[in-house]
Design a protein around this ligand. Structure first.
Ligand code: FE
Length: 377
């Protein structure tokens, strides 16, 4: 049985070992019937599909193949509740977004992917540019999800928001000293700003939001000023920035909020100590608002399961799923009225930058060029 799955599990296109494990777990957990369907779907040719269309459709309607770069175990609750509600199983293929995009491209017309899900607008945009999505017209999705968090033609939808904020060391900074992303270039912050590298999509999206607000010249000057204030050459993920901020390597860190909440809830005392030393400042509350990224998904162009895939997206926009996003990974729900995680809520509410996520995606390539030129490594 194991060898039958090897083409999927090996993933030929740079899919990591964690994904192998997740895929195996999902397949074995799904049971023999679904495994047989999946093998048929992955293994058969177009010609075979034409020979027995009725059977294939009936079978494939029972499973949604989800290619996801979300790496949170709590997402399993989203899939389980979808299966409980619809009888449709979710077959998870988990990897980083770029390998997943390459994999769908490589699979071409025979791609088994029904839904592609990413953790940021930059990768959704890239998949859109590659022509990997098909439009979905769903009044459920259009009513539940604010207009600025979805593609105008339904190519992708945001299902959770992530605020990229200024974190600060409570011993060294008074929040009255903080105001905006723009202010981070002030010489008073020389040697104090911690951030991850410009190769990280969160950094790219933040710069893309500056481009939307200020245009290329001012954005390049801002990046140069930010680089001049770096506490150290960018290294590590958002958690590493929070640890360095707590340790006094720099007083300010640019990170997403859920990294701090995760540390606040950690069973490791050293994580909780970081969360006690560092706290959230929501920038730009007096003008456009704090930069917000989305984790989102779209239906893959070659999906033979558009109806089931659309139902899956609609399920992600349900109150039940939005609560899982909020509780599971401490993200901000996109649907109005869904409660935040209580610890996240204790940091207060904020105004988010209303710029359309599509504009952030569109600006990404120029943001990368500007960061390269301005020395954000
Ligand atoms: Fe993240």
């Amino acid at each position: 049985m194991g060898s039958q799955f090897s083409p999927i599990e090996n993933g030929n296109l740079g899919v990591n070992s964690k994904m192998d494990k997740m895929t195996r777990r999902t397949f074995l957990g799904a049971g023999t019937a679904v495994a047989a369907i999946a093998v048929g779907q992955f293994g058969s040719s177009k010609a075979a599909a034409r020979q027995a269309p009725a059977i294939r459709v009936a079978q494939s309607d029972q499973v949604v193949n989800l290619y996801s770069s979300r790496h949170y175990d709590t997402d399993q609750a989203l899939y389980d509740s979808f299966t409980a509600a619809t009888g449709i199983r979710v077959n998870l293929i988990e990897a980083e977004a770029d390998p997943l995009i390459e994999r769908i491209k490589g699979e071409g017309a025979n791609s088994p992917a029904d839904v592609l899900m990413t953790v940021d607008i930059g990768r959704l945009w890239r998949a859109q540019q590659e022509g990997l999505f098909q439009p979905v017209n769903s009044s459920v999705l259009n009513q539940a999800i604010p207009e600025n968090l979805r593609h105008p033609d339904g190519l992708w939808y945001g299902f959770s928001k992530r605020a990229r904020v200024i974190m600060y060391n409570k011993s060294n900074v008074n929040p009255s000293q903080l105001s905006t992303y723009e202010d981070l270039v002030d010489p008073k912050w020389r040697g104090q700003v911690l951030t991850r590298s410009s190769t990280n999509i969160y950094s790219v999206s933040l710069t893309a939001s500056m481009l939307a607000a200020h245009g290329p010249q001012e954005t390049e000057a801002w990046v140069r000023g930010l680089v001049a204030n770096f506490a150290r050459p960018p290294e590590g993920n958002d958690t590493a920035q929070l640890q360095a901020c707590a340790a006094g390597v720099g007083d300010l860190a640019l990170t997403n909020t859920y990294y701090l909440i995760r540390m606040a809830k950690s069973d490791k005392p050293e994580d909780r100590a970081v969360a006690e030393q560092v706290t959230i400042f929501f920038p730009n509350q007096r003008d456009r608002g704090t930069h917000v990224n989305i984790s989102g998904a779209g239906v893959v162009k070659t999906s033979r399961n558009k109806e089931a895939a659309t139902r899956f997206l609609e399920h992600l926009a349900s109150r039940e799923s939005q609560e899982i996003f909020a509780q599971g990974n401490n993200e901000y729900p996109v649907v109005e009225g869904v409660a935040l995680d209580p610890i996240l809520a204790s940091y207060g509410s904020f105004k988010g930058d209303p710029v359309n996520a599509a504009v952030i995606g569109e600006n990404s390539a120029e943001a990368i060029r500007i960061m390269d030129r301005a020395g954000w490594v």
